[in-house]
Design a protein around this ligand. Structure first.
Ligand SMILES: C[S@@+](CC[C@H](N)C(=O)[O-])C[C@H]1O[C@@H](n2cnc3c(N)ncnc32)[C@H](O)[C@@H]1O
Ligand code: SF4
Length: 454
């Protein structure tokens, strides 16, 4: 077990580094929609023919609010919202296609949320058919979606399978009744077992379960029980997320429990360590910061071959230079720039109705950003980085000075031009990345904007 003092010392607010620069550090003044379009077309022309593009489609509706949730969602039981939303997303896709001289080659589609399975199978079919009617599909494509075990039907799984989806992740979180009551998400084991079984029977080749540690009232016994139950269903991947307690974010539903009900510091870390030990014992391999997979899963193979990538959705086994995010609040990445869509549904519709790409803010990466981004990706994905081979930057010696305490604490090893995260340092990978985060260092926030790193 980790020394308690190290956990207390390094448990500070810090980004999860799904991008660099992180969203609060985007330079919005230098960004414009015109620049975004130019950057995107440039990147599309460089990469569409050779590697294709990825699409992230945000489907924001959920029928009921889980009070721990940090995702961008709109709670409603009115299913009339489905059709106008699908029409808007297809219009947005058309606006993007109009920018390009050739047909997009789609390598990846990920349906995220919110709850994609809020939508009927028929409407999801209409959405995917509308998207692919304007594109070509790469031979080795990967289509995936997030399913809520409480409302995923066999028809959802079958329809999406018929459209080429082979990967599904189910939100599980924790099986304890006390925890489920606190987070307002009642989800019995048999429900998860049923959808997992259907997915296997239909032919999905990668089934993932999302678990979360650090939830209100969660105890070590709950983690042991949840992992026992999870193991019995044999998912190929397990995301074992650290609960991000960010109640200050507007519109967030994190209430229904008090701050003191949330495990923190060494109590929270113990939940992770016990979970990790059980997963390793049961044949899963740890990947990056919060993922586990079986040896035959593409994410483990990518990790072993140093091809693992990280983007706004977390870790992925494959990477494309261009990722277009469709739908309210989605973030797009052209590698040279980021852009985020309107976060408010009505504003999103307004822009789409005026035939405008619904981007509200973004960031154009500088040369320095591109170098730092690569270092942060290397550390988050491969636990090492190197600053020769074009990744040298002037402040590297200041960064090394900032890392001195972590070197003394045995969290990183530095040799010549190479940094390696030690086994002991892996839980602190976000802190190690923070030493490279020049934008954060130049402008330390005066209020809390990030969740705690542990
Ligand atoms: C969009 S949800 C998954 C799909 C569906 N809405 C559901 O809940 O089953 C994505 C996942 O994000 C994770 N998540 C949400 N809020 C979180 C938080 N505050 N901290 C850590 N993980 C969180 C959960 O594991 C959740 O399953
Ligand atoms: S966890 Fe999933 S179902 Fe619950 S509110 Fe968040 S997005 Fe919706």
């Amino acid at each position: 077990m980790m020394a308690i003092s190290l956990i207390q010392k390094y448990n500070v607010p810090g980004p999860r580094y799904t991008s660099y620069p992180t969203v609060p550090y985007w330079d919005e003044k230098k960004f414009s929609l015109e620049e975004w379009k130019k950057n995107l077309v440039l990147s599309f022309n460089e990469s569409n023919k050779t590697e294709g593009i990825s699409l992230y489609i945000h489907l924001p509706f959920c029928e009921s609010l889980c009070t721990f949730c940090g995702c961008h969602k709109r709670i409603t039981k009115r299913h009339e919202v489905e059709n106008p939303y699908i029409e808007a997303v297809l219009k947005e896709w058309q606006l993007y296609c109009n920018l390009f001289d050739s047909k997009p080659v789609i390598k990846e589609i990920h349906l995220g949320g919110g709850t994609p399975t809020f939508f009927s199978p028929k409407n999801l079919e209409q959405l995917i058919n509308g998207i692919i009617s304007k594109a070509e599909i790469a031979e080795m494509h990967e289509f995936s979606f997030e399913g809520h075990p409480n409302n995923t039907t066999r028809a959802h799984l079958q329809s999406l399978y018929n459209l080429g989806f082979r990967r599904v992740s189910f939100g599980v979180q924790d099986y304890s009744e006390t925890v489920q009551n606190a987070i307002h998400r009642i989800q019995p084991f048999h429900q998860v077992a049923k959808v997992t079984f259907w997915a296997k029977e239909i032919g999905y080749t990668s089934i993932s379960h999302d678990l979360v540690y650090g939830l209100p009232f969660q105890k070590v016994e709950d983690i042991i029980d949840t992992i026992e139950k999870t193991k019995s269903l044999q998912p190929n991947r397990i995301s074992f997320y650290s609960y991000a307690h960010v109640p200050w974010i507007k519109g967030n539903g994190q209430r229904g429990f008090n701050d003191e009900d949330v495990p923190r510091d060494n109590e929270k870390r113990e939940l992770y360590e016990v979970g990790k030990m059980l997963l390793l014992k049961n044949g899963y391999y740890e990947i990056g910061m919060d993922h586990f997979a079986t040896a035959d899963d593409s994410m483990y193979v990518a990790f072993k071959n140093k091809r693992l990538h990280r983007n706004f959705m977390g870790y992925t086994a494959s990477k494309t230079q261009v990722m277009i995010g469709l739908g309210v609040s989605s973030i797009s990445d052209s590698w040279y720039s980021f852009a985020q869509n309107e976060k408010n549904l009505e504003d999103y519709y307004d822009k789409i109705n005026s035939e405008e790409i619904p981007v509200t803010k973004g960031h154009l990466l500088t040369k320095e950003d591109l170098i730092i981004r690569k270092h942060i990706l290397n550390i988050m994905c491969h636990f090492e980085t190197n600053w020769d081979n074009g990744l040298y930057f002037e402040e590297i010696y200041d960064v090394l000075e900032n890392l001195e305490e972590m070197i003394v604490d045995g969290l990183v090893d530095i040799t010549n031009t190479c940094l390696k995260v030690t086994e002991k340092g892996k839980p602190f990978v976000r802190n190690i990345c923070m030493a490279f985060d020049l934008r954060l260092k130049r402008n330390i926030p005066n209020k809390q904007v990030f969740s705690l790193t542990i």
